[in-house]
Design a binder for this molecule. Structure first.
Ligand code: ZN
Length: 280
């Protein structure tokens, strides 16, 4: 072997050593990087899991949203109506319709208001147009095993004036001023001209098992049945407990007002009182 070859061999073996060393270094670096990465895999995974879950939830949500928008499931339809009341349908809220006449503390009946009455027995009269529905409701109530009777119906202006004055006098006797007495009496007995009883569309119904017109009526089976079913016959509980600030009349769990079946159904489903319904 000549010197040239020896030198070349040395050169080759040195190169090999360097290559091996480099390879080792690279391997060490790779291992080190691998170890570093494997140090925090949990957090990384956790985060990405979270993100995935959140994204999946979002996707689900938007899928549901889309589904609701595009094809509302039958069962959800009513819920949507509750959350987002439909725009008032002018045809259904025709405030000049006979069955939607409004009498409340702020709306006196016209002086010339007249109504064709029918005798329903027991000394009671109502608007002739509501007799069939009223009779049907009362007979279905009885058929359901309950016992109630109509204790108040149409009132003339004279009758309403007498009732109102009696109430005012009670407050005067309790020491109220005339002004205060008038205001307080008006919360219990409508000021003449503003009573629904003058429309012939309202009736007070009393349970035979609770012969008082006070809050206790609401606990009777008769009122429970009426509150649940009266809308099917076109009647609504006119002065609900939580709507006094809108109706202007204290809670009366016995006073039912005929508004017609369509309006009654909508008021029942939307849980709105008559004033709210008329506003749309
Ligand atoms: Zn009444």
């Amino acid at each position: 072997m000549d010197r040239k070859n020896i030198n070349r061999n040395n050169y080759n073996s040195n190169l090999l050593k360097i290559l091996i060393a480099l390879t080792v270094v690279i391997c060490v670096v790779l291992v080190a990087v691998a170890v570093m990465l494997s140090d925090k895999p949990d957090k990384a995974e956790e985060n990405s899991d979270k993100e995935i879950t959140e994204k999946a939830d979002e996707e689900k949500k938007s899928e549901n949203d889309n589904a609701t928008e595009e094809q509302p499931p039958q069962e959800d339809a009513e819920v949507i109506i509750e959350e987002k009341p439909e725009e008032p349908d002018e045809a259904s809220v025709d405030t000049s319709a006979w069955n939607l006449v409004l009498a409340n503390p702020w709306n006196k009946l016209p002086e010339d208001f007249t109504v064709e009455l029918s005798d329903i027995g027991g000394g009671h009269m109502v608007d002739s147009r509501i007799v069939d529905d009223l009779n049907q409701m009362m007979s279905d109530l009885a058929r359901a095993g309950h016992s109630a009777f109509i204790c108040s119906s149409f009132r003339t202006n004279t009758k309403q004036t007498t009732l109102y004055n009696n109430e005012v006098n009670e407050y005067l006797a309790m020491g109220y001023s005339e002004e205060e007495a008038a205001v307080e009496a008006g919360k219990w007995v409508a000021v003449p001209g503003t009573s629904e009883h003058q429309t012939g569309l309202a009736v007070d119904i009393m349970s035979n098992y609770y012969l008082k017109l006070d809050k206790g009526q609401e606990d009777t089976e008769e009122q429970k049945w009426l509150m649940e079913n009266s809308w099917k016959y076109g009647f609504v509980l006119r002065y609900p407990n939580d709507k006094s600030h809108i109706t202007g009349i204290y809670y009366e769990p016995w006073h039912y007002r005929y508004v017609g079946k369509d309006a009654a159904k909508e008021m029942f489903e939307r849980d709105v009182c008559f004033e709210e319904y008329l506003l749309g």
